[in-house]
Design a protein around this ligand. Structure first.
Ligand code: 0L1
Ligand code: MG
Length: 264
């Protein structure tokens, strides 16, 4: 092991990522110094990082998937989906500006969002059985903010960084998932009124229910269950767009209404 790699531990990686977030200072990806960081260890870093936030008073309120669409995978150069944690501090109430002065280089992406009515435990959960535990579906916008310079990372790096989590907002239209064809649910992404991208729910693993099953099953392998009432962000449907002060990003859905954030 090189001298550089020897200084890395789960604790030191979590601490550096927390410090980068706190100080709004991006840093090189961890694997540039610690190439041995594997996926299992990266999830331990993620858990430690969120555990530190919980110890500081934040509450876990759900999970998110990342890199579930080809658009995201191609843009980020990482071909595998991942899971990460949502906490109450990440919730942005509709109409509240994105606090760009608290973030490093925020980007925004449209998502299909589930709220669970029942507990879900994997492995072995199918998309259909996962969907039967979903109480409601909403539109959402996730604000991501990698702690790595220029959003440059490997899968292990982005897992350790809790999948670039920063903030998210949920739209005001609640739908019963049983009444919607979520694969066909269309989304138009606008920046300051101009359409910049479009996608349907099929972009997310073929169907957002597949993304939910994937989360349940991969968390189940780590002995983690999803709780009733938890929020699940199923992953960016399109590439993310940058947001700065005064800029407005809107996602218009065919049945889930529209949701907007403005850079503060
Ligand atoms: O929803 C997503 O695909 C988020 C991926 C997080 C990684 C990133 O794009 O920074
Ligand atoms: Mg996302």
């Amino acid at each position: 092991m090189t001298e550089e790699a020897a200084k890395w531990t789960i604790e030191s990686a979590a601490e550096l990522l927390l410090r980068a977030e706190r100080e709004r200072k991006d840093r090189p990806r961890i694997t540039s110094e610690w190439p041995q960081l594997d996926l299992a260890t990266a999830y331990l870093v993620q858990d430690r990082l969120v555990g530190r936030k919980v110890a500081d008073g934040e509450k876990v309120i759900g999970v998110k998937l990342g890199l579930t669409s080809r658009a995201k995978q191609e843009r980020m150069g990482v071909a595998e989906p991942l899971t990460a944690w949502l906490t109450d501090k990440m919730v942005l109430q509709p109409g509240t500006p994105v606090p760009t002065d608290e973030l490093i280089h925020p980007r925004v992406e449209p998502e299909i969002v589930f709220v669970l009515g029942e507990r879900l435990a994997g492995p072995g959960v199918t998309a259909a059985s996962a969907m039967s535990a979903v109480r409601s579906v909403y539109s959402g916008l996730e604000v991501i903010d990698s702690r790595y310079t220029d959003f440059q990372f490997t899968l292990a790096d982005v897992v350790a960084d809790n999948a670039s989590s920063a903030r998210f907002v949920i739209g005001g239209v609640e739908q019963d998932p049983r009444e919607l064809d979520l694969a066909a649910e269309a989304c138009r992404l606008r920046v300051d009124g101009r359409t910049v991208d479009t996608a349907t729910g099929a972009a997310v693993q073929g169907h957002p229910a597949e993304a939910l099953a994937l989360a349940v099953n991969s968390l189940g392998e780590r002995g983690i269950e999803l709780e009733a009432g938890w929020i699940v962000l199923t992953g960016g449907m399109t590439d993310a767009v940058t947001i700065g002060p005064g800029q407005q990003v809107t996602a218009e859905f065919s049945h889930l209404g529209s949701v907007t954030v403005t850079g503060g």
